[in-house]
Design a protein around this ligand. Structure first.
Ligand SMILES: NC(=O)C1=CN([C@@H]2O[C@H](COP(=O)(O)OP(=O)(O)OC[C@H]3O[C@@H](n4cnc5c(N)ncnc54)[C@H](OP(=O)(O)O)[C@@H]3O)[C@@H](O)[C@H]2O)[C@@H](O)CC1
Ligand SMILES: Nc1ncnc2c1ncn2[C@@H]1O[C@H](COP(=O)(O)OP(=O)(O)OP(=O)(O)O)[C@@H](O)[C@H]1O
Length: 597
């Protein structure tokens, strides 16, 4: 049925009659009887009203009924049959047939002196006034006056009383009696003041209500867009499943030999689509279930051994670049330290070359920190995506986000770079503002099996809420990391904190290597840079070297342990004055201590 657009503030007679018809139904009346909390009843009333073609909120319905009841009781109590107020109560007969029948059946007493069960707040009284059209109009907004203005009884010396209140004074003042002019002057003034106040209140209320309705509409639109997005994602996943099934049914074509030797990645010989399909929700749920049966790796020493297994031997047979060419996407006017920390950490862990792709302004600054870094001032150029793309085949891992900032144009370029990297199968570590971008558009990374996200608690919450539409349960770190990983298609996630929680949606590793209580900025950059190298090594080593455990989990564990160890060693020397530079100086010794002895 077409729903009439009745979101204005005034009720038409037709609409009011429809409302009264519904409100007067026996089940509605009995649900309202004696109930102070009646919002559920009015939700139902609004719903039924929508079914007959009128779109009103439960709150609007409740306020309208309240206004009608007041008019009815005024008319019934205070005025003679056929008098002006009775005439002003347009729906007297309808109300009487409902409320009269209720009274006859022994229902609750009408609201004379105090609030009836249905009456909840004073805000609503202002709202009621505006919705029923009581009072006058305000400039530019025609207001329909349903209840004709009549004089309000003012007992001498008592100010105003509730209109329906039982009182021994005459019910109404007689505005036309000329003899009482001396009392009518202050009354006029008071009425004028009252009217002015009521106009002001109305204006305020309309402004507020307008805003509220706009926000409601906006919220509804967002919800609809979200639902649509979820449906599209579901469609893609289903399409992936069917393509994977048909691929499995056919003999699998051999993967290109170059890809095999270059990135012997976890599950690398299946295509990205098939991988996405293999990570589809039903399978993921099964895996999550198996996790609680004891797959969680708790023994840190076992995992340390797996990290040692993936570290490539130092030999004289290799040439420059083979142990790692790591790209860093980040570095803008405000943040030049973060990309430097990430890049230099990658070198100190053992990468041969690091390339920083940053903005034009940031480049000379970053270069000045260290001659060891290769710096490309391209990130804010119109050709940024193409410029980085040409380097992609030569990079083993891309670390996206340290010091990137949140400038829209930069983020747009990074979006393009992410897409090109995925298409070329380049492993990705996403941190800092890279995670901000992912929180805006999770589909950018969803289901990409060679990605690791490294959020701190804040970044994790942002991402979790963006993807799962729920606040994070801070008492269940494991469950939260596991769920987010699954929702993102079993991406490897490292939630940094007092203990680092790492999961690929199937397993959960916890790294509680001793660090220190010093939390200087930049430690996360040390982690993401180191991780860039370990990701390359782990994928190169493959799951044979990690006892079948996802190599990315092993890489993440190694980087966390290393960062924490650097923190510990630097703190032992520098205490409170420890900075990330001190930690970077510890990368070599810490690495040796953890992985080479
Ligand atoms: N020298 C440099 O160049 C460096 C540059 N960097 C670069 O800066 C950019 C922005 O990164 P970001 O982390 O400051 O931004 P964002 O995520 O919005 O956090 C903002 C607020 O979140 C909170 N918060 C943070 N952690 C939390 C926790 N664990 N638990 C709870 N709350 C936590 C905290 O709020 P507060 O406590 O201050 O109210 C914080 O202020 C990014 O590009 C990064 O790479 C850094 O790498 C440092 C070195
Ligand atoms: N409370 C803590 N106790 C011990 N180690 C911690 C604690 N919080 C974080 N860490 C360690 O510090 C490292 C960086 O985590 P942090 O939460 O500082 O990242 P970040 O906020 O992204 O850093 P950055 O300042 O680079 O943006 C991680 O390896 C983590 O293990």
């Amino acid at each position: 049925m077409m729903i009439a657009n009745t979101r204005g503030f005034l009720w038409s007679d037709l609409e009011t009659q429809a409302l009264l018809g519904i409100w007067g139904e026996a089940d509605v009346q009995s649900a309202l009887d004696g109930n102070f909390r009646n919002s559920h009843v009015y939700r139902d009333v609004a719903c039924r009203l929508a079914q007959v073609g009128f779109d009103r909120t439960p709150e609007q319905c409740r306020i309208r009924i309240k206004g009608l009841k007041r008019q009815y009781y005024q008319a019934k109590d205070g005025l003679p049959k056929g008098g002006p107020a009775r005439k002003a109560c347009k729906f007297f007969d309808e109300m009487d047939s409902i409320l009269g029948a209720r009274a006859a059946a022994g229902g609750p007493a009408p609201p004379r002196a105090g609030p009836a069960p249905e009456e909840e707040t004073s805000r609503e009284q202002a709202a009621e006034k505006a919705l029923t059209g009581e009072g006058s109009s305000f400039t530019g907004h025609p207001v329909k006056v349903e209840c004709a203005p009549f004089a309000i009884p003012v007992p001498p010396g008592h100010g105003f009383k509730h209109i329906g209140a039982q009182t021994s004074t005459p019910h109404l003042s007689q505005p036309k009696r000329p003899k009482k002019r001396h009392t009518s002057i202050p009354l006029d003034k008071m009425m004028g003041k009252l009217l002015q106040q009521s106009v002001d209140a109305e204006e305020k209320f309309f402004r507020y209500e307008e805003q509220r309705l706009k926000m409601e509409d906006k919220h509804r639109e967002t919800e609809r867009a979200r639902e649509l997005q979820m449906l599209q994602m579901l469609g893609q996943v289903l399409a992936g499943i069917s393509s994977a099934v048909s691929q499995r049914a056919q003999p699998r074509p051999a993967s290109p030999p170059q890809q095999r030797t270059h990135h012997r990645a976890y599950g690398d010989d299946i295509t990205f689509n098939a991988m996405t399909a293999a990570l589809s929700p039903p399978l993921v749920l099964e895996r999550a279930f198996s996790l609680h049966k004891g797959h969680s790796v708790k023994d840190m020493e076992t995992t340390f051994q797996l990290v040692r297994n993936i570290i490539p031997p130092l030999t004289t047979k290799k040439h420059k670049g083979q142990d790692g060419r790591i790209g860093i996407i980040g570095g803008c006017q405000e943040y030049t330290g973060a990309p430097y920390f990430a890049a230099i950490s990658a070198l100190k862990v053992g990468a041969d070359l690091t390339h920083v792709f940053c903005t034009k302004e940031a480049a000379p600054v970053i270069k000045s920190y260290s001659p060891e870094l290769i710096v490309h001032p391209v990130l804010d150029s119109a050709t940024a995506v193409r410029d980085v793309e040409t380097w992609l085949p030569r990079l083993h891992t891309l670390v996206v986000g340290p010091g990137l900032g949140r400038d829209d144009a930069l983020l747009q370029n990074v979006k393009g770079i992410l897409e090109k990297s995925k298409a070329k199968g380049v492993p990705l570590v996403v941190d800092a503002d890279g995670l901000w971008l992912i929180a805006q558009q999770p589909s950018l990374i969803q289901g990409y099996p060679k990605a690791v996200l490294t959020p701190n608690y804040m970044e994790f919450s942002r991402l979790y809420e963006a993807v799962l539409r729920d606040p994070v349960d801070s008492n269940d770190h494991h469950g939260a990391v596991l769920r987010l990983s699954q929702a993102l298609g079993n991406l490897t996630i490292v939630q940094k904190g007092e203990r680092d929680v790492i999961s690929d949606g199937e397993q959960v590793l916890v790294c509680s290597q001793e660090g220190s209580s010093r939390r200087c900025g930049g430690q996360g950059d040390l982690l993401s840079g180191s991780l860039g190298v370990l990701v390359h090594w782990a994928l190169l080593a493959g799951s044979e070297k990690t006892n079948g455990l996802n190599p990315l989990l092993v890489a993440a564990f190694g980087a966390c342990a290393l960062t924490r160890q650097c923190n510990k060693q630097a703190f032992q020397k520098s205490g409170r004055s420890t900075t990330t530079t001190d930690m970077i100086a510890e990368v070599g010794p810490a690495f040796k201590k953890l992985f080479e002895t």
